[in-house]
Design a protein around this ligand. Structure first.
Ligand code: SAH
Length: 250
């Protein structure tokens, strides 16, 4: 076969079918192969078309270079068979989804690519409980970071010192494991221990749950409540707008 398939790097949004874009739905419905992991959540995964070949690449691990190489190798080989391939990712494909690396690889192989942006959990999940990531009174900047980076380790791609002195909202994805170290580091480096913090687990899904505290109390609360991923952590004055009311339809 000499035609090359298109690879679509698609964001599913935070979980509910009604927060997925129309373009995402269209390309999923005509996909021949769908490479997915569990992050899009049950509702979206249950809606994948029966006729498509579905490959769970989440079980490769995703975060490690070797597994990522394997995912990219698969995308390339399916596309070279002339098939339309969707790489489905939670939220937006270009925010901590390794979409950028996949784009580079596909380009290097001359494979046509379309990016389908998605509603990112970093903004929509706090919004679901009425927490805006910016607000004129509280924060005119927002930093979104991966909590996979441990501030107590010598080498980190994140400038933790700068962050602990910054005045905006901090949104942490993949941060459950290192939350204790992160909260302690920020306080030790000058951030107010009473800064409010929200952890929102499984945002915009039926079993969403919030845990609200301060930089001082949140590590203990997270342990007591057995907080688990996926969760978005929000640090900053905007969290004081939390009332418990859910204000985004999922
Ligand atoms: N590309 C995704 C983020 C991928 S990193 C996006 O734009 O949303 C994976 C992390 O995203 C998870 O560990 C969690 O921190 C966050 N996440 C994604 N969906 C979520 C959801 N529905 N509720 C809470 N956190 C979510």
């Amino acid at each position: 076969m000499d035609k090359t398939g298109v690879v679509y790097l698609v964001g599913s949004g935070p979980g509910g079918l009604n927060l997925m874009t129309r373009r995402a739905r269209e390309v999923l419905d005509k996909a021949e192969v769908i490479l997915y992991d569990q992050l899009p959540g049950d509702e979206i995964l249950a809606s994948l078309p029966a006729h498509a070949e579905k490959v769970d690449v989440g079980k490769f691990g995703g975060h490690h270079t070797k597994e990522q190489d394997e995912i990219e190798r698969l995308m390339v080989s399916y596309a070279k068979q002339g098939r339309h391939v969707v790489r489905l990712k939670g939220g937006d494909p270009f925010l901590f989804g390794r979409g950028g690396e996949e784009l580079e690889t596909l380009r290097a192989h001359g494979i046509p690519v379309e990016i389908v942006p998605g509603v990112t959990s970093a903004v929509a999940v706090p919004a679901s409980v009425g927490i805006p990531v910016t607000h004129r009174r509280y924060a005119s900047q927002v930093t979104i970071l991966t909590g996979n980076e441990d501030p107590t380790k010598d080498e980190s791609a994140i400038d933790w010192d700068w962050l602990s002195k910054s005045r905006g909202t901090i949104v942490i994805l993949m941060g459950v494991k290192n939350l204790g170290n992160i909260a302690k580091f920020l306080v030790d480096h000058g951030m107010d221990a009473f800064t409010p913090v929200a952890i929102i687990e499984r945002g915009l899904r039926p079993d969403q749950r919030e845990t609200i505290g301060t930089l001082e109390t949140i590590p203990r609360l997270a342990l007591e409540r057995k907080v688990s991923p996926p969760a978005v952590i929000v640090i900053g004055g905007v969290v004081s707008l939390y009332t418990g009311e859910h204000v985004v339809q999922s």
